[in-house]
Structures are given as C-alpha cells and as structure tokens.
Design a protein. Structure first.
Length: 94
C-alpha cells in the first residue's frame, strides 16, 4: 500500500499515508520497508529531510542487504561528511 500512495498515478499521492504503511510494514519485519522509510526521510518525501532518521532506516536496510540501500546510505554519509563510511558502503556494493 505504501508504494501505491507514494508512486501510483491512479490514486492521489499521499506521502503521509505511505509513511504510515511503510512504518507498519517495517514493524512486521519487512526489510524493504526500512529502505523505503529511509528514502522518504532522505529525499524529503514526508515534508522534511531528516538525515538522522534516514541513516537509521537505511543502515537497517543495508545490514539486511536490501537492494540499493548501500548507495543511498553512502549518499547520506556524504551529506554528513562521513566520507570513510560512504566509501565502505560503496566498496561493499561492488
């Protein structure tokens, strides 16, 4: 449901509802939901950028080897001037 509310052209986009759906999915143990939550915080899809929350969720997704979590987490680390951590994420993705 979170994907429908955040990306679908057939319903009005509702990022608040998408966030709620992703949070519920995350609590149920769906690793991809951590990635989606991290992206929503990283790319201002919830009305605010929150690098700390983005980092928390993306790190959880990265640890579970969710696709693209490594690159997105590296992006967050770059914005936080954590070049060493960013490099480690990129290095692990190759």
């Amino acid at each position: 449901m979170g994907l429908i509310y955040s990306t679908n052209d057939f319903v009005d986009k509702d990022y608040k509802e998408a966030m709620t759906c992703f949070e519920q999915a995350y609590k149920l143990g769906l690793d991809d939901a951590a990635y989606k939550l991290g992206c929503m915080y990283a790319y201002n899809l919830y009305g605010m950028v929150d690098d700390k929350k983005a980092e928390i969720y993306l790190k959880k997704a990265y640890d579970k080897k969710v696709k693209n979590a490594d690159i997105t987490l590296a992006y967050i680390y770059e914005h936080q001037d954590k070049e060493k951590d960013a490099y480690e994420c990129i290095k692990d993705s190759t």
